[in-house]
Design a protein around this ligand. Structure first.
Ligand SMILES: C[S@@+](CC[C@H](N)C(=O)[O-])C[C@H]1O[C@@H](n2cnc3c(N)ncnc32)[C@H](O)[C@@H]1O
Length: 339
């Protein structure tokens, strides 16, 4: 963590300013290990492996930590050869490619495939995740001068309010214990007229047609390590059959999903062979392991945006199910924060 980035942070308990209270190791002015202390309530927080940590190392997102450490690069465009993350980031946010001078907050960054996209705009990106996936993100994006990575919880965010020009939260809300509360935690961190973009799974019309509906009650409670090994063996075992099924016109990949193998060939015909299989390992685990999965209705998402008093609201079916955009009002008071 760089000292110059301290003004973004605030105590997650009392919103007080933080100061660096100790430095155990630093390299080239970057703190590798040390402590932050709240000047108001005196709570302390560790900096471990360059990342300020505001949450316990074990929490409900442990399966995501494992998933993104095992698949730290799998969904990066530069690794997979498909432009999935770039297309989704710019289509979903509708933000321009040049955002120099702006501050973006990313909530629930996983391995950081969207952090890379946000950073490519030249904006300063503060990227937070609840799990140890922050380590994977740091390895890919941490050395960029316009990126800061933080381990924190969206229910008690360690940032100053009214600070960010833009905030995005992709693939996260449905995996939290109280989805409305998670959404509501986001707008206060935007400046007046700051833009919010979120997505969330949509509720299926007939959930009992989806095989995962029957399996998740068991798998979501399993030890993530054991489940990951089991899923790899299962995908390896099923793969020759899945390759044959995929050739059935129109319904091949859907049948594979019903057999609980996440087959992305329908969306990415360029993903082939081992890369397609790697995505299958990652996404089959992602399908079955999260502790929480709470898809939503479009009307519910529209109501959240209205209840949060956002303006210029657009909520539609799109990436990941439902995507929504809105802006904070101009007239809302801004808290002075020194950035
Ligand atoms: C499905 S992953 C999506 C990661 C990334 N946005 C992407 O789409 O590649 C969901 C992420 O949300 C994070 N998450 C879950 N609950 C959270 C919380 N309360 N605060 C911050 N992040 C959270 C998980 O740790 C996980 O990395």
């Amino acid at each position: 963590m760089k000292t110059e980035n301290l003004p973004f942070l605030a105590c997650p308990y009392c919103s007080g300013n933080l100061e660096i209270s100790s430095i155990y190791r630093s390299e080239d002015d970057i703190i590798k290990s040390g402590n932050l202390c709240c000047v108001v309530c005196k709570k302390t927080y560790e900096i471990v492996n360059y990342i300020p940590r505001f949450v316990p190392s074990r929490n409900y997102a442990a399966s995501f930590g494992l998933e993104w450490l095992k698949h730290a690069r799998t969904q990066y465009d530069s690794y997979s050869g498909v432009s999935d993350s770039e297309d989704r980031f710019f289509n979903e946010t509708q933000w321009p490619r040049d955002l120099r001078g702006q501050h973006i907050l990313e909530v629930g960054s996983g391995s950081g495939r969207f952090t890379e996209q946000a950073a490519s705009t030249g904006a300063f990106v503060v990227s937070m995740d609840y799990s140890c996936a922050v380590e994977a993100n740091y390895a890919s994006n941490g050395s960029k001068p316009n990126v800061m990575i933080v381990q924190g919880d969206m229910y008690s965010m360690p940032f100053k309010k009214s600070l960010f020009d833009k905030l995005f939260c992709f693939g996260v809300l449905q995996h939290t214990p109280d989805v409305r509360k998670s959404f509501m935690s986001l707008p206060p961190f935007l400046k007046p007229e700051g833009e919010l973009v979120v997505d969330v799974y949509k509720k299926p019309l007939v959930p009992f047609l989806s095989t995962k509906h029957y399996v998740r009650p068991i798998t979501r409670r399993m030890n993530p390590d054991k489940l990951y090994k089991l899923i790899r063996s299962y995908v390896d075992f099923m793969w020759p059959l899945c390759n044959a099924i995929r050739k059935i016109p129109k319904i091949g990949s859907t049948l594979n999903w019903l057999l609980l193998v996440a087959d992305y060939s329908r969306w990415h015909s360029d993903l082939k062979g081992n890369m397609l299989k790697e995505w299958a390992y990652l996404n089959t685990f992602d399908l079955l392991s999260p502790k929480y999965e709470q898809p939503q209705r479009i009307k519910t998402v529209q109501r959240w945006f209205k209840d949060a008093c956002l303006i210029d609201i657009e909520v539609a079916y799109g990436y990941n199910g439902i995507e929504g955009r809105g802006k904070r009002k101009k007239s809302e008071g801004i808290e002075r924060n020194g950035i």
